[in-house]
Design a protein around this ligand. Structure first.
Ligand code: S3P
Length: 442
C-alpha cells in the first residue's frame, strides 16, 4: 500500500506500508541477474555481429547500460522487455558520443565501461552519474587504467571521469580492495593490451566477466588467486540466457526462512559459487533451503530453490566470506536479528562504498524497528531475539537493497514497516513489491 505524505522539506514523498505476513507461500521466478545483464550488453557491444540476450534483468541500472552502449554506437533492439539483440561495434569500434555518458546509479556500468573505453585509442569519453554514484570511489579503476597507459582523470577520485583511450600495456595488478567491478575493468582493458594482463585477487570475487569473456572467445586463465587475460583480436557471443538474480531471490528466501508455515519455490536462480555466500551463511544458521533441477545456463550454474521455515542460530561472517554475500549483508542483519544468540560481521568496510553507506543505513533503518544492532568501522554486531521485531518507520536512504530489507522486515514484524523512499527498488527490481505481495499470506 502506498500513500503520499508531506516530508519535512515540504515536498510530497511516497511511503509504503508493508504489513506483517503469517507465511510466504508460492512459486516465483525473479528477474535476470543484474551483474550478468550489464555484462551481456557491454560485452555484446564490443563483439562482432549480434548477441541475443534472453532473461535480461530490466531495471533502472541495466537501462543505463543499454543507453550507454547506444550512445557509443552499438545497436540494441528490444524484442520484448527481457529479450534484447545487441549489434556490436567490434572491439575497437565504439564512437565518441556527443556528451557525457550518464551511468545513473550503476557502479557496475561506470567501472566496467571505463575498462572498455580505455582501449579505444585517441577517442575521448566522459562518464557521469547520479548523486549517489558521484560519491562513490572511481580512483580504484582510474589507477590501474593509468598504469596500463590510458588517459584518465577523475574529480578527486569520483565522477565525472574523463577517459582518453590509448594503446595499452599489459600489467600485473593486485587488487587493493576485493572488488569484482575493479577486476572486471582491468580484465576488459586487458583485451586491448599489448601483452597479457593479470589481476591478483586476495579474496575471490564474482567471476561473471571471466565466464562471459571465455564464452565470447577470449583467452583467460585462472590460477589460484590470479586471473590472466590475453589480448583479443575479435569477440563473438551469440547468446546469453541470463539466470535469475540470486540477490533478488535473497529477500524472498529470507522471508520464507523467518516465517513459520512458509513454503516457497524460486525457479531458475543463478547459483554461481562466488555469489551464494548468503545461502551458505543461512544454512550454517539452520535454514532449510534445497536446490534442485541443477543445470548450466550460459556457462553459469542455475537451480530451483525450495525454502521452508527454520529457526536460526547466530553466526559470524568474516573478511574472506564478505565478497560472496556483499549485497546480501543488509539481509543478514535481519536474519541475525531473529536468530538465537549474537552475530557479527567483520571485514566488510566495503559496505561503506555501496549505493549508500550500508553499515550506517542498515543500522539506522533497523534500530527504530526494534532490532538491536550496532555498527562498527568494518561491519556490525546484532543481538538476536528469536521473536518478531516490533516494526515502525524507516527510510531507504535511496538504496534499493535497504528498501528491500525494509519490506522483509515489514513481513516478519508485529506491526508492519513504513518505508519512505520505497521507489529505490526500481534500481534493480522494479516489480519487487508486487511479487512480494503475491506470496505473502496474511
Ligand atoms: C558487482 C560487484 C559488487 C556488487 C555490485 C555488483 C558486479 O561490487 O556489490 O552490486 O556486478 O561486479 P564490488 O565489485 O565493487 O564489490
Amino acid at each position: 500500500m502506498t500513500s503520499p505524505f508531506w516530508g519535512a522539506a515540504g515536498q510530497e514523498r511516497e511511503v509504503r506500508l508493508v504489513e506483517p505476513a503469517t507465511a510466504i507461500r508460492g512459486a516465483i521466478a525473479v528477474p535476470g541477474d543484474k551483474s550478468i545483464s550489464h555484462r551481456a550488453v557491454l560485452v555484446g557491444a564490443i563483439c562482432e555481429g549480434e548477441t541475443l540476450i534472453t532473461g535480461f534483468g530490466r531495471s533502472a541500472d541495466t537501462e543505463s547500460t543499454v543507453a550507454a552502449v547506444r550512445a557509443l554506437g552499438a545497436e540494441v533492439v528490444e524484442e520484448a522487455p527481457d529479450v534484447l539483440r545487441v549489434r556490436g561495434a567490434g572491439l575497437r569500434g565504439l564512437r565518441e558520443p556527443d556528451g557525457p555518458i550518464d551511468c545513473g546509479n550503476a557502479g557496475t556500468l561506470a567501472r566496467l565501461l571505463a575498462g572498455i573505453l580505455a582501449g579505444q585509442p585517441w577517442r575521448r569519453f566522459e562518464l557521469a552519474g547520479d548523486e549517489s554514484l558521484s560519491k562513490r570511489p572511481m580512483g580504484r579503476v582510474a589507477e590501474p587504467l593509468q598504469q596500463m597507459g590510458a588517459g584518465v582523470e577523475t574529480a578527486g577520485g569520483r565522477l565525472p571521469m574523463g577517459i582518453e583511450g590509448r594503446p595499452l600495456r599489459g600489467i600485473v595488478y593486485e587488487l587493493p580492495v576485493a572488488s569484482a567491478q575493479v577486476k572486471s575493468c582491468v580484465l576488459l582493458a586487458g583485451l586491448y593490451a599489448d601483452g597479457r594482463t593479470t589481476v591478483v585477487e586476495p579474496v575471490a570475487t564474482r567471476d561473471h566477466t571471466e565466464r562471459m569473456l571465455r564464452a565470447a572467445g577470449a583467452r583467460l586463465r585462472r590460477e589460484a588467486d590470479r586471473v590472466t587475460v590475453w589480448p583479443a583480436e575479435r569477440l563473438q557471443l551469440e547468446r546469453v540466457d541470463v539466470p535469475g538474480d540470486f540477490s533478488s531471490a535473497a529477500p524472498f528466501v529470507l522471508a520464507a526462512t523467518l516465517l513459520p508455515g512458509s513454503e516457497l519455490i524460486v525457479s531458475g536462480v543463478g547459483l554461481n559459487p562466488t555469489r551464494i555466500g548468503f545461502l551458505h551463511v543461512l544454512e550454517r544458521m539452520g535454514a532449510r533451503i534445497s536446490a534442485f533441477n541443477r543445470r548450466t545456463v550460459a556457462g553459469e550454474p542455475v537451480a530451483d530453490l525450495e525454502v521452508t521455515h527454520a529457526e536460526l542460530v547466530a553466526t559470524e561472517v568474516g573478511p574472506t566470506e564478505v565478497p560472496q554475500l556483499v549485497d546480501e549483508l543488509p539481509l543478514f542483519a535481519l536474519a541475525a536479528a531473529m536468530a538465537h544468540g549474537n552475530s557479527r560481521v567483520r571485514g566488510a568496510q566495503e559496505l561503506r562504498e555501496k549505493e549508500s553507506d550500508r553499515i550506517k543505513s542498515v543500522t539506522i533503518s533497523l534500530r527504530p524497528l526494534g532490532v538491536r544492532i550496532a555498527g562498527a568501522p568494518d561491519g556490525f554486531r546484532v543481538r538476536g531475539v528469536p521473536t518478531r521485531p516490533k516494526g515502525g518507520g524507516m527510510g531507504s536512504e535511496g538504496d534499493h537493497r535497504i528498501a528491500m530489507l525494509g519490506a522483509v522486515a515489514g513481513l516478519v514484524s508485529r506491526e508492519g514497516v513504513r518505508i519512505e523512499g520505497d521507489e529505490a527498488v526500481a534500481v534493480s527490481f522494479p516489480g519487487f513489491f508486487d511479487l512480494l505481495e503475491s506470496v505473502a499470506h496474511r
